[in-house]
Ligand binder design. Structure first.
Ligand SMILES: Cc1ncc(COP(=O)(O)O)c(C=O)c1O
Length: 345
């Protein structure tokens, strides 16, 4: 059976199926006439209020959509012309959307402390900076506290519009929580986008963005939003986060242990404090895309770093989806392929 270290989705055990079945039923019984009808374009009011309180903003600044990429499209259509600054590497989907829309990309590298803010300060004006400061997709890296403060300052000084995409920060396994760039900047230039996909369940398609108005649909999927609200109202988020973080931590540790056993001296990788992914660099002469062809035959998959704008010898390994035992076996398969990689021409 193929072991996927490619899929950045939650393991089935992470999904609180029974609780959500109860919550959906309770939400329908309590507020069915509202949630089955047309309602607020900006999302289910009680959920918007909950989010607003959590982020200390006015509910009027919160929009709950059917997913993060939807809000990304809304934002793009509201932006002036001009280049968009992205991290290198960055989440592949927004990158592809930007390229398809013909936006010029300005790529600023990510290192062990996240986005290189010195380099950012050197680039010219742009319509937007798209950044994932915490447990970044694809690298798993987190922007340091000091860089967060400088990024907030830079956004203010240059009137640079920033989209802080933050679906992973609540799935932290260790280390201190860091302030969001939104909190540090005060919300004048920073738009903040998060998601319940990693903390409740992706199938519900609930995302959030502050400071933007939507006009694509009359009403988003209110039943899903009311179900999430019921989940939150019952105080199920914190226990669910604890459970999900525990499951993910086990998986990250299984991956790190297997890498330490199998690939020391042959590759380099990081140790994320949360999220779904880690980043691995092979020796420079090896090509991860070539390796993937052989990996599929050997029953293991990953995503080559080039898909995210990274170098040819890099790859993203997701530890979110398969079991710890499968991760262990998947890394062993991968290591055998690296050891037998053909010498470069
Ligand atoms: C950085 C980032 N943003 C957004 C998403 C998707 O969020 P949603 O499920 O709300 O569309 C993902 C999922 O992989 C992600 O990695």
């Amino acid at each position: 059976m193929t072991i996927s270290l490619a899929r950045g989705i939650p393991a089935p055990e992470c999904l609180p199926v029974e609780e959500l079945a109860d919550c959906a039923q309770a939400a329908l019984r309590r507020d069915g006439a509202t949630i089955l009808s047309y309602g607020s374009t900006l999302g289910y009011e009680p959920l918007r209020e909950w989010i607003a309180e959590r982020h200390a903003v006015e509910p009027g600044r919160v929009i709950v959509t059917n997913g993060s990429l939807q809000v990304f499209h809304f934002l793009l259509s509201a932006l002036p012309a001009g280049p968009v600054i992205v991290e290198r590497p960055t989440y592949d989907r927004p990158r592809k959307i930007l390229l398809a829309e013909g936006r010029e990309l300005i790529e600023v590298p990510v290192d062990a402390d996240g986005l290189d803010v010195d380099e950012l300060a050197r680039v010219g004006p742009a319509a937007l900076l798209y950044t994932i400061p915490t447990f970044q997709n694809p690298t798993g890296t987190t922007l340091s506290d000091e860089r967060r403060r400088r990024l907030a300052e830079l956004a203010r000084d240059r009137s640079l519009t920033v989209l802080e995409d933050d679906p992973y920060s609540l799935v932290r396994f260790e280390g201190e929580r860091l302030p969001s760039v939104l909190e540090l900047e005060g919300g004048e230039h920073v738009l903040y986008s998060s998601s319940f996909s990693k903390t409740v369940a992706p199938g519900l398609r609930v995302g959030q963005l502050e400071g933007l108005v939507a006009s694509t649909y009359i009403t988003p999927a209110l039943l899903a939003q009311a179900t999430v609200h019921e989940f939150l109202r019952r105080g199920l988020l914190e226990p669910s986060l604890e459970r999900v973080s525990g499951l993910l931590r086990e998986r990250r540790d299984a991956m790190l242990e297997a890498l330490d056993r199998e690939l020391v001296g042959q590759a380099r990788w990081n140790r994320p404090e949360g999220g779904y992914f880690l980043w691995l660099d092979l020796p420079e002469e090896l090509d991860a895309s070539e390796l993937l062809g052989r990996a599929v035959e050997a029953g293991v998959t990953f995503v080559p770093g080039v898909d995210f704008g990274g170098p040819p010898n890099s790859m993203r390994l997701a530890f979110s989806f398969v079991s710890p035992a499968e991760i262990d076996e998947g890394v062993s398969r991968l290591a055998r392929l690296v050891a037998s990689a053909p010498a470069p021409a």
